[in-house]
Design a protein. Structure first.
Length: 250
């Protein structure tokens, strides 16, 4: 497993906002991003998460980033609230690193960004991996339930973080859920978390429409449907174990 000191965080500017990113490992690039809640430093300090990244980094140069206004990018940036915003952030990181061809991983809420980016820049994506994702964010829960969760997050982040921990990690131990609660609260303010999560459902709806057909993509580029797609659902299998297998890591 890679050591704590083996991650170096750098920054770039996207639309005037600071975006922190890191690259670990060597090999073909593998881009992971778009999560509604992330923190490069805190994720890397987590033993389980670092072990997962270490497996990916054994065969890939793994690129991760924190969206503006969250995590290591700092609280001063404007959080993306539309799918176009999310794609612009991902594209900014890609351009800053000069990536030409790479695989994209869209896990959980990051799937919408991954799908939309691939639809816009299909020539750059040689493999799209979707894990624990969804086609329509609106189908996850009825609108009153989604609104209630967002209201709780905005009014009481401690309670909201625990609620999300139960949603995202239903089978986890008490200690793992508590650790995830702390991680969420350190990654974003209540306002940032509520606003970011509220944007997830319409983004996922837009992404499903963007990549649903077989017509040519933006600017006359090849069809999104020609990009190799690997999709999987957790079904009780921890993503830290399943995802490396999907992308060919040892």
């Amino acid at each position: 497993m890679l050591g704590i000191e083996e991650q170096v965080i750098r920054t770039t500017k996207v639309a005037g906002n600071t975006v922190a990113y890191s690259v670990v490992g060597e090999g073909p690039p593998l881009l992971v991003g778009g999560w509604w809640c992330s923190h490069l430093t805190l994720n890397w300090q987590d033993t389980y998460f670092r072990a997962y990244l270490s497996r990916l980094a054994a065969r890939h140069a793994v690129v991760r980033y924190d969206r503006p206004g969250t995590g290591a990018s700092g609280p001063g940036g404007a959080i993306p609230v539309t799918l176009d915003d999310e794609v612009a952030v991902m594209a900014g990181v890609v351009d800053a690193l000069g990536l030409e061809r790479f695989a994209v991983v869209g896990a959980s809420s990051g799937a919408a960004t991954a799908v939309a980016f691939t639809a816009v820049r299909p020539r750059q994506v040689n493999r799209l991996v979707l894990y624990g994702s969804f086609a329509r964010g609106e189908d996850i829960a009825p609108e009153p339930v989604r609104s209630a969760i967002i209201d709780v997050i905005a009014s009481h982040w401690g309670l909201g973080a625990r609620l999300l921990s139960d949603v995202f990690l239903p089978g986890a131990s008490t200690s793992d859920r508590e650790e995830f609660v702390r991680f969420q609260r350190q990654s974003a303010t209540p306002e940032q978390a509520a606003r970011s999560l509220a944007a997830r459902c319409p983004m996922a709806r837009q992404a499903s429409r963007t990549g649903s057909g077989t017509s040519n993509g933006a600017c006359g580029q090849p069809s999104f449907s020609r990009v190799p797609l690997i999709s999987s659902s957790p079904k009780g299998s921890p993503w830290v174990e399943a995802l490396p297998a999907l992308v060919g890591a040892p």
